[in-house]
Design a protein around this ligand. Structure first.
Ligand code: NAD
Ligand code: DAU
Length: 340
């Protein structure tokens, strides 16, 4: 199976590629990635030289690039991970979010439709459903009510995917997942930011009172779900994935402090995120019933392993935090970086 993965140098895309190549001997992958600040080729160092893997530098919103790639290869499936993914950044500047998440998805859909792609997975998020109160869960039928520019751009992309299926019979499925954690996550997101700050005895900035709730899922469980949707998903359907692990941000913070062995005085309460969604919780009954999928990683163990990964990958973190990863890209890809 030849798969086009977009955004494969990011956190989840790189896990999907590593996992896919290890789990399926028939899998071959082309990874199209623009290498934004969040895209890091180092995330795929473990598979460098694998003859079943190929990297292509490029932008999903660049029509000639995407069409050219689809003309040169006969892909059995496409999985679109490429996105601007950080809510806080979208509150500062929503432009890149609309450009990649909306326009990029539209360009990719057009090119895939034209090329006759037969399986397409749009990797989306539970944030498109908006926010829950203290009870209830998001199902696939929950109306979309995105609250941040990030989630609005993801919801717009989902609507395009839905419309391409409805209007043209384009064989797409949409997956919506809760908060991922695991290795290689860019240290701007809650868990890697707090873990790496604590290793350096730095304070951890808890937004508001820390009472917002997220559902945490290990990135490997998410990738198994995406693979199931790719291979067994029914075109036109949406599948929710979640980790069945709801925690307040403060619970997560206390857990990290205890596991890493740092004083709770390192907690610093800071101004809340504007429009901060209170609670996300996922009903993944449909994925269980129709894809035979369920989360497997036990949160406490997954979290311990993740902390250990960051402990043993201090160089990876240091390169990102110092900005030296730009030089790494230049070294790896030379002038081709300028095309992005
Ligand atoms: P990430 O920010 O770590 O990685 C994004 C990747 O996309 C990077 O490699 C980046 O270089 C690439 N990219 C960005 N713009 C591009 C463009 N125009 N063309 C080609 N490549 C481009 O993101 P992530 O956390 O790995 O998330 C991957 C996907 O999963 C996103 O679509 C996100 O919305 C979705 N998602 C994430 C989570 C989560 O908890 N992180 C949960 C649910 C869904
Ligand atoms: O739910 C899925 C989404 O999860 C994905 O679609 C997004 O791509 C991903 O970034 C993530 O979004 P969140 O906004 O939930 O993740 P983040 O790690 O930024 O924040 C998690 C919670 O922690 C949230 O309630 C805000 C809070 N937070 C975050 C940061 C970075 C803090 O309190 N302090 C912080 O410094």
């Amino acid at each position: 199976m030849l798969i086009l993965v977009t955004g494969g140098c990011g956190f989840i895309g790189s896990e999907f590629i590593r996992w896919q190549l290890a789990a399926n001997a028939d899998a071959r992958i082309v990874n199209l990635d623009k290498l934004t600040y969040a895209g890091n080729p180092e995330n795929l160092a473990a598979i460098a030289g694998n003859s079943r893997y190929e990297f292509q530098l490029g932008d999903i919103a660049d029509r000639s690039c995407v069409e050219g790639l689809l003309a040169c290869n006969t892909f059995d499936g496409v999985v679109n991970f490429a996105a601007e993914s950080h809510v806080d950044r979208s509150l500062l500047d929503s432009g890149p979010f609309v450009q990649t998440n909306v326009i990029g998805t539209q360009v990719l859909l057009d090119a895939c439709r034209q090329a006759g792609i037969r399986r397409y997975v749009q990797v989306s998020t539970d944030e498109v459903y908006g926010s829950l109160g203290s009870t209830g869960k998001f199902t696939e039928e929950t109306p979309l009510a995105p609250n941040s520019p990030y989630s609005a751009s993801k919801a717009a992309a989902d609507m395009l995917v839905r419309a391409y299926h409805h209007s043209f019979g384009f064989p797409a499925v949409i997956t919506r997942c809760s908060n991922n954690y695991g290795p290689y996550q860019f240290p701007e997101k809650l868990l890697p930011l707090f873990i790496t700050n604590l290793f350096a005895d730095l304070q951890v900035p808890v937004y508001g009172a820390g009472t917002n709730v997220r559902d945490w899922i290990h990135v490997t469980d998410h990738c198994r779900g995406i693979d199931a949707a790719l291979r067994r998903g029914k075109p036109g359907e949406v599948y929710n994935f979640g980790g069945l692990t709801e925690k307040t941000n403060l619970e997560i913070t206390h857990l990290l402090l205890d596991l890493i062995g740092k004083p709770h005085s390192l907690i610093r309460y800071v101004a809340d995120r504007p429009g901060h969604d209170l609670r996300y919780a996922i009903d993944c009954t449909k994925a269980k019933r129709e894809l035979s999928w369920q989360p497997e990683v036990v949160f406490e163990q997954g979290l311990r392993d993740t902390i250990e990964w960051y402990r043993t990958h201090g160089d990876w973190v240091a390169r990102i935090k110092s900005g030296a990863y730009r030089d790494y890209y230049q070294q790896q890809y030379g002038g081709r970086l300028n095309q992005a």
